[in-house]
Design a protein around this ligand. Structure first.
Ligand code: FES
Length: 351
């Protein structure tokens, strides 16, 4: 889950300011590029005002020791944020939660909803009301972004992907993870939790909780109980699919969570989508495989699990390598180690 490019909008509101600060801190942790977008246009913000807002936002990012890129765009904020995210191949968009589902006086008011439904990236919705960031997160460890992350599981692919991202984020931020399942059947719950936990990288502390309630309530209750700062959910179900038990949860969590919420985009690419000269982690018969297609069209498939401590590698298009976001290991397209700490190659896989 090493983000490379993080996009955040500004309109000068308090809610946008909180989102920017979180985005800057995360960018620093991930060594990601931070892109701050400000929009202008009638009736609200003039171009000149937008330029001033952008330079304030850039100064605030520098106070977090991040040198941002700024983008000034005409038109509605949601369109601009999505456009910039697309153009810059961003992998995370950060927005404040004010205004979700309602018109507000903030120009970014309707952005979270729009972005949540349309972004092809992960989306972090920052709880800018400051209701809870968890006593442990906000007060005991102010230097840490998150110390406890809550993720729900129902055994579906979308929930497993959310858990994978939660584990890797926890590894990077040195946070702990609580896995939650809402089930009335203790045997089913134990199997689900064990299966999900088996995907964690080494060194990440995981606790499990079974709550007899609906999934949304279960996640909320545990997040509050444990003073968590972040809830991670998968994005499936946001546009109406209800196949999964957690299907409708992301939307509801995003609106009602007492914490920040990361909506993780589920990896659902297939081998066919990988074009010559590129790679990607794809789903092949229910398994995740890291696939590179060479210029002649031949496929090279390796395990996506980093041999250092088990995080999932990402394809780096600029270098033509598999990079691990957790501690920086780098592998050649065929899985050979180029840079440690990993020492062993990524294992070849059949497709
Ligand atoms: S898990 Fe440490 S470099 Fe990959």
């Amino acid at each position: 889950m090493g983000y490379r490019t993080i996009v955040v909008g500004t309109d000068g509101s308090v809610t946008a300011g909180v989102a920017q600060q979180t985005a800057a801190r995360l960018a620093k942790r991930c060594r990601a590029q931070l892109v701050i977008v400000c929009c202008y246009g009638p009736p609200g913000i003039s171009r000149q005002m937008a330029e001033t807002l952008l330079s304030h936002a850039a100064r605030a990012a520098r106070r977090e020791r991040v040198e941002p890129v700024t983008e000034l765009r005409p038109g509605p904020p949601a369109d601009a944020i999505l456009e910039v995210a697309e153009e810059r191949s961003a992998d995370l968009v950060v927005v404040g939660n004010k205004g979700m589902g309602q018109a507000t006086r903030f120009r970014l008011g309707s952005v979270p909803d729009r972005v949540a439904h349309s972004a092809s990236t992960d989306l972090l919705i920052v709880n800018s009301t400051g209701a809870v960031r968890g006593p442990s997160d906000a007060e005991e460890h102010p230097e840490k972004l998150y110390t406890r992350i809550v993720v729900g599981t129902d055994g579906s692919p979308t929930a497993s992907e959310a858990a994978r991202k939660a584990f890797e984020l926890a590894m990077m931020l040195r946070a702990e993870v609580t896995l939650v399942t809402a089930s009335k059947d203790p045997i089913v719950a134990a199997i689900l939790l064990e299966r999900t936990e088996s995907g964690r990288p080494e060194g990440v502390k995981v606790r499990s909780r079974v709550v007899e309630s609906d999934p949304l309530e279960a996640i909320r209750t545990v997040a509050l109980d444990e003073g968590a700062g972040l809830i991670v959910v998968g994005n499936k179900g946001m546009s109406g699919a209800r196949r999964y038990l957690l299907g409708s949860v992301p939307n509801k969590v995003a609106h009602h969570a007492p914490t920040d919420v990361l909506i993780a985009k589920t990896v659902d690419r297939s081998v066919e989508e990988i074009v010559p000269g590129h790679g990607g982690v794809v789903d092949s018969g229910g398994r995740k495989v890291a696939v590179y297609r060479d210029e002649d069209g031949a496929l090279h498939a390796v395990s996506p699990r980093c041999t250092h401590m088990g995080c999932t590698v990402d394809w780096n298009d600029a270098e033509g390598t598999w990079d691990c976001p957790c501690h920086g290991s780098r592998y050649r397209a065929d899985g050979e180690v180029l840079r440690g700490p990993a020492e062993k190659s990524l294992a070849p896989q059949d497709l």
